[in-house]
Design a protein around this ligand. Structure first.
Ligand code: GEK
Length: 244
């Protein structure tokens, strides 16, 4: 796995972009930066086994290198399904195709995968039993988030599930400061220097726009989901499941 050294050199003045430099080191970047990331991927596999129905579609929106796509494929127990993996970064999609081509899931579990270079706001969700937004919504313009969640909910069959993982912000400024400090300490333990942490933070300003858990759950309800629950929280990173 290539080591993420991007902010040893980059100043953080340029806004963060999902370019080839990022795609090259992405597994190491996520492993060291997102507390709970591995748990989110593991749960996506378990949820696919429970919720994906025969002959339906699954969507991995903002798939990056396809970690959640592969987890879904390995979890799915039903025949005749299709996974649609979408990302707007050409660098991610190119590498995702190579990751999926190397996938060693047993042939009888080889659910078809379409890897699509597109904006997730342009994708029509149809006949879905599972949709995954694993740390992706946070990068979508705030103004477009309500409509996107409504379209996703409309495309999920009754009894289907959405997994929404996000960095969040706390309503209380003291609590928010504590959670951010704990996250930065976690990154320091994972061998990012204080300078790398502060440069990355600057680069993500206005690119990754977090919201509160309450707002996410309110949006899910308004979009038409019947229930939602936070199943994972680690500092200011959460994963929510929502049922159609
Ligand atoms: C994982 N889910 O490994 N349309 C399509 N893709 C987008 C858009 C958009 N509007 N906005 C951002 N992206 C993955 C990790 S990373 C999370 C997801 C992170 C894509 C972007 O190109 C990137 O690949 C991904 O969303 C976010 O489970 O880097 O913190």
């Amino acid at each position: 796995m290539s080591e993420d050294t991007i902010y040893k050199a980059a100043s953080g003045a340029e806004p963060f972009r999902f370019d080839d430099k990022v795609a090259r080191v992405f597994p190491d970047m996520l492993r060291r930066s997102i507390p709970g990331y591995a748990a989110s991927i593991e749960a996506i596999g378990s949820l696919a086994a429970r919720y994906v129905r025969a002959g339906t579609n699954c969507y991995d929106l903002g798939c990056s290198l396809g970690a959640a796509t592969i987890a879904m494929r390995q979890g799915i127990l039903e025949p005749g399904c299709r996974i649609v993996a979408v990302d707007s970064s050409e660098a991610m999609i190119e590498r995702c195709k190579r990751v999926v081509a190397r996938d060693t899931t047993p042939p009888d579990q080889m659910t078809d995968i379409d890897i699509v270079l597109d904006d997730i706001r342009e994708i029509e969700i149809v006949n879905a039993s599972m949709v995954v937004l694993n740390y992706t919504l946070q990068f979508v313009d705030l103004a477009d988030r309500d409509a996107l969640l409504r379209d996703i909910c409309k495309g999920i069959n009754e009894g289907g599930i959405l997994v929404l993982s996000e960095k969040v912000v706390d309503e209380n400024p003291d609590m928010e400061k504590l959670l951010v400090d704990l996250h930065h300490e976690h990154k320091r333990r994972n061998n990012y220097s204080a300078l790398e942490v502060s440069r990355k933070r600057a680069a993500l300003e206005n690119v990754l726009v977090p919201e509160t858990v309450a707002l996410h759950r309110k949006r899910l309800k308004a979009a038409g989901f019947s229930h939602s629950a936070v199943w994972l929280r680690y500092f200011n990173f959460v994963s929510i499941i929502a049922l159609r």
